[in-house]
Design a protein around this ligand. Structure first.
Ligand SMILES: CC(C)(COP(=O)(O)OP(=O)(O)OC[C@H]1O[C@@H](n2cnc3c(N)ncnc32)[C@H](O)[C@@H]1OP(=O)(O)O)[C@@H](O)C(=O)NCCC(=O)NCCS
Length: 333
């Protein structure tokens, strides 16, 4: 492949890609043989600077200040290309993001502060767009949760519920939905086909779960928690997860789905007050906030009080001895 020199073509065809992990610059100890996963090195009169993964630097006991995210500009730029570095660093400077540029034979690489990584990618995609190119929109994948996804799901749940959907205030400590979810994953009422993640560019950005519930002797589903990473809320991901869940529940010939949440939010998916279908809320005080979606094989003539899976109803006792209230899915207020 011939390396591209034309700036306009380069910018328009550039695909910025974020590598996994965090990277640091260290001054390599004089006289020490080079070992470990070194990604780049620059020799200067004062000594040797190397760039390597942060955990590698930690395990070698090397100190550093700057912790960067690594973005590779996937375009085969010639080392003689004029202006690419200036255009990229200019756009990032305008967005007040500092960047260190490394040129390899095949690609250019940027190290930006870890906290600015997402914004830097946005700025670079805007630069591609402004140059007449387009970055294909990443595809939202909805799929079954795998056990290996759980740490990421719990982290996104913590972030989604860091502000209480009930009070609108920041939650102190870990939101209770995180522990509820961890217990749902392990309980006997967990249904493997009904714990779904939304994945965007390999990142888990949303999750919803339904577990076994009952109205009298009738087996139903209890939905929740449902969460989307805060930076991508109101982009349709929660709705996509809800629709996928409803589709899968219908395909599995489930009878209906119960949940506690805002009627205003869940009505868009067809949920109605459970009492209108003969089912009482686990707590009568929930009133119209306890809702049911009758699925295709809803039997009719149902009566009884809804019971959630065990972890909803057997909260652990908190330090002050008071039983924690049920943790359940609530819609935004
Ligand atoms: C609630 C939540 C799951 C919705 O997912 P989402 O991807 O943000 O929502 P969608 O983009 O699919 O739907 C957007 C609609 O939901 C409503 N909505 C979503 N988030 C909202 C919020 N934080 N406040 C008020 N309304 C909200 C809006 O009415 C919006 O309607 P619009 O299209 O008319 O603007 C998500 O915002 C979230 O994780 N929130 C924090 C955790 C939470 O409250 N979970 C329980 C939900 S019952």
């Amino acid at each position: 492949m011939t390396a591209e020199k034309d700036l306009h073509t380069l910018l328009a065809s550039m695909r910025p890609e974020l590598r996994d992990g965090e990277f640091v610059y260290v001054v390599w100890p004089a006289g020490r043989p080079l070992t470990g996963a070194i990604e780049a090195a620059v020799r200067e009169a004062e000594g040797l600077t190397v760039v390597l993964p942060r955990d590698e630097a930690d395990s070698l006991g090397l100190s550093y200040d700057f912790v960067g995210a690594w973005i590779t500009l996937q375009a085969h730029s010639s080392l003689e290309a004029v202006g690419l570095t200036a255009a990229v660093s200019g756009a990032l400077t305008e967005a007040r993001i500092s960047c260190n540029v490394l040129a390899g034979f095949h690609h250019d690489h940027l190290l930006v502060p870890v906290v600015d990584a997402d914004r830097a990618l946005e700025v670079l995609h805007e630069l591609v767009g402004a140059s007449g190119g387009h970055t294909p929109a990443p595809e939202l994948v909805l799929r079954n949760e795998q056990p290996a996804d759980r740490p990421a799901i719990l982290a996104l749940t913590a972030a989604a519920f860091a502000v209480s959907p009930v009070t609108g205030l920041p939650v102190e400590g870990q939101p209770e939905e995180v522990e509820l979810l961890a217990r749902l994953f392990e309980c006997g009422d967990y249904l493997p086909g009904l714990s779904l993640v939304a994945e965007l560019d390999g990142e888990i950005v949303g999750h919803v779960i339904s577990t076994r519930g009952w109205a009298g002797e009738l087996a139903l589903l209890g939905l929740g928690p449902l969460g989307v990473v805060p930076r991508l809320q109101r982009h349709g991901i929660g709705s996509a997860l809800m629709k996928e869940m409803i589709g899968r529940a219908n395909a599995a010939r489930e009878r209906g789905i119960g949940l506690l949440g805002s009627p205003e939010y869940y009505a868009r998916f067809g949920f109605v007050a459970s009492t209108s279908l003969g089912v009482e809320a686990p707590d009568p005080a929930w009133g119209p906030h306890f809702q049911l979606l009758p699925l295709a094989v809803w039997p009719g003539g149902v009566s009884g009080t809804f019971r959630y899976a065990g972890p909803f109803g057997t909260p652990p006792v908190v330090a002050d001895g008071a039983a924690r209230r049920d943790s359940i899915d609530r819609a935004p207020q």
